[in-house]
Design a protein around this ligand. Structure first.
Ligand code: SAH
Length: 441
């Protein structure tokens, strides 16, 4: 555990978050607010035009348009995170969160034979806060990582957030290279001198030895919703309400729809949400990790194939009706980890989901908190550290709602490094940090 003492006090941010903010894992189901008080947004007009032209749309199509439409999407042109935004995430609450994830990547890099180079790939990096904390750990453990050639690759669809990420992470004196038409739409160098590139699609990230990170990313991918009826599964669609002008409503498809193929034959729930986009990304990650090695760490709120209606919206730290004023509120659905595991198709081993509280405790959050408290004499900073810890760890707050899940090569569990051949097998692999207690050698 001495590594946690090695990572010094770091920068103690004055105020990282105000703790009355809402995190997205908190509530279920949407409210039933009257539509009259809400504006007819450009996105609502766009969707009504679409529905009038081609008929009701799936919830997945609705989510995709509302969140990531290149012109009007919720994620594309705004900063929705933090006190002034719509919701708050763990890295925005406490620096310790990112620091422990940084240690996780270094621990896996060591356990798999200290490859000469690795890519750190983050999906949906928000404001870049999490990566900033991870990179600070990399700098502080430079003696451990020395001679390792690291590069950073960010997969981000939001123009606005990519600009904020660049501000947070890059060296001002090195001009960013921009090319909107290229798969690598921005390039630069981090404050610690590491090359960093931005992509819109994971497919465009070089297929090299990589560690992948997705924090609160899978929950914003579009879901299809299905209801069990006496006639079989019927997809939930979104249509225009004939009774109220400028209002949308949920309806059931009159007959079977193609996405039904994603429902398990032995499904026992009477309402399910399926996320084909998550399946595609997990297949891609699994394929890459099985070929090149590395690992993926996925953290989100979710369940193991047990929950039903989790589709909800957030606006200004309040629950928001998903069909009202589309484009002004975040939309999200809990991640089905059992589906992610199935989609890895046995190409890699999966670990978890385990509760955030367990993962962070295994990673040594208590030791790290003590180091930071010991080094800080300012009461407001100590208070902030303790409140942040409580928010991340308390089972009634984020401690039990958020989960960690990892994809690792099968060889990692059987004591062989990816680069080794069968004759070089190691008899006892070190446990994977976080999913067992951290073993630092
Ligand atoms: N990981 C961050 C932000 C979570 S919000 C944190 O925990 O604070 C979701 C992030 O995913 C945002 O950065 C959003 O712009 C990005 N995003 C949403 N849909 C995406 C998609 N289809 N492809 C890539 N990024 C996406």
């Amino acid at each position: 555990m001495s590594v946690l003492a090695t990572v010094g006090a770091g920068r103690l941010y004055a105020v990282r978050a105000v703790f009355s903010c809402l995190w997205r894992g908190k509530y279920f189901s949407s409210g039933n607010e009257p539509a009259e008080n809400y504006p007819v947004t450009p996105m609502l007009r766009h969707l009504m035009y679409k529905i009038k032209s081609t008929g009701p749309i799936t919830v997945a199509e609705y989510m995709k348009e509302v969140l990531t439409n290149p012109a009007k999407g919720y994620y594309v042109n705004r900063d929705m995170l933090g006190e002034k935004g719509d919701f708050i995430t763990s890295p925005e609450i406490s620096q310790i969160f990112g620091e422990l994830l940084g240690i996780w990547f270094i621990s896996e890099w060591i356990a798999t034979g200290k490859n000469a180079a690795f890519q750190l790939v983050e999906l949906g990096p928000g404001r870049g806060t999490l990566l900033g904390d991870i990179l600070r750990v990399f700098s502080q453990l430079a003696s451990v990582l020395k001679n390792c050639d690291i590069s950073i690759h960010l997969v981000e669809v939001s123009q606005k957030l990519s600009e904020i990420q660049a501000l947070t992470l890059t060296e001002e004196k090195v001009l960013l290279e921009r090319n909107a038409g290229s798969p690598v739409y921005m390039k630069g160098v981090t404050k610690s001198g590491i090359p960093i590139s931005w992509y819109r699609d994971l497919q465009d990230v070089p297929k090299e030895y990589s560690f992948y990170l997705a924090h609160e990313f899978f929950d914003v991918l579009p879901v299809h919703k299905f209801q069990k009826t006496p006639h079989g599964w019927r997809e939930v669609l979104i249509d225009i309400d004939p009774q109220v002008s400028d209002k949308l409503r949920f309806v059931l498809a009159p007959c079977a729809t193609p996405a039904e193929a994603f429902i398990q034959c032995d499904e026992t729930r009477d309402h399910v949400e399926v996320c084909p986009d998550a399946g595609v990304i997990i297949q891609e990650l699994s394929q890459r990790i099985s070929v090149t090695g590395g690992a993926a760490l996925i953290a989100d709120y979710g369940h193991d194939g047990t929950k039903t209606d989790t589709f909800r919206g957030f606006c200004g730290h309040r629950l928001h009706d998903v069909l009202i004023a589309p484009g002004t509120a975040d939309l999200t659905a809990d991640v089905d980890f059992s589906y992610l595991r199935r989609m890895s198709q046995g190409k890699v081993a999966s670990l978890g989901p385990i509760k955030q509280q367990t993962f962070l405790r295994n990673m040594g959050i208590d030791v790290r908190l003590k180091v930071l408290l010991d080094k800080s004499d300012e009461p407001s900073l100590r208070q902030q550290l303790l409140q942040g810890y409580d928010m991340l760890m308390n089972p009634t707050k984020m401690g039990e709602r958020f989960n960690f899940f990892a994809l690792i090569p099968h060889q990692r569990l059987h004591g062989r490094n990816h680069q080794m051949n069968a004759c070089q097998s190691k008899p006892s692999p070190s446990p994977v940090a976080g999913f067992g207690e951290l073993a630092w050698r």
